[in-house]
Design a protein around this ligand. Structure first.
Ligand code: SF4
Ligand code: SF4
Length: 167
């Protein structure tokens, strides 16, 4: 795979939209066929890309899409910040239109100016797992990951390879 280079979310959105239909057609095929080698294919590209690309040069995800927070995430973050749970919730959390707990603000309130995460050791589970390209049964999250091409330059590059491959 071509070396990943940083792109802004605005650039990624334009690029993703240009090939949206072509990629969506491949996704449709993959969801139907569920090829056994899809996980290995995607996981190899994930590791290749993240061995070279440093998320500190990006932080698009922390700047533009907040994680969905579990109760455990919220309790752990409040403890980390030595705040009382109700105070932490009042200051940082809101319930979105889907009923999920999310941070009140974007960029994330814990993102530092140098792109480090202030709560890294205790960051939410969704932050640890993003962008999910090392997930088993990747065919289950193809559509969600396609949307992530608009945010993550690594996911964008992985989908270019998925679209090119002969399934
Ligand atoms: S908690 Fe940390 S990793 Fe998660 S969005 Fe905020 S800055 Fe990024
Ligand atoms: S996971 Fe993707 S979007 Fe987030 S910082 Fe790393 S490369 Fe950027």
């Amino acid at each position: 795979m071509k070396r990943t280079e940083y792109k802004t979310p605005e650039e990624l959105k334009i690029l993703t939209n240009k090939t949206w239909n072509e990629t969506a057609a491949v996704i449709k095929k993959l969801k139907k066929r569920k090829p056994k080698n899809l996980d290995n294919f995607v996981h190899r590209l994930h590791h290749e890309a993240f061995d070279e690309f440093d998320c500190l040069d990006c932080a698009n995800c922390c700047k533009t899409i907040g994680p969905r927070l579990t109760d455990k995430d919220i309790e752990r973050l409040a403890r980390h910040l030595k705040m009382k749970l109700p105070d932490f919730i009042e200051q940082y959390i809101l319930i979105d239109e889907d009923g999920d707990s999310v941070f009140r603000e974007h960029p994330c309130p814990f993102l530092l100016p140098d792109n480090y995460c202030m709560v890294y050791e205790n960051r939410p589970k969704a932050c640890r797992e993003y962008p999910h390209t090392d997930r088993k049964r990747f065919y289950q999250i193809l559509k969600l990951s396609h949307k992530n091409c608009e945010t993550c330059p690594v996911v964008y590059n992985i989908f270019k390879e998925i679209t090119r491959a002969n399934w």
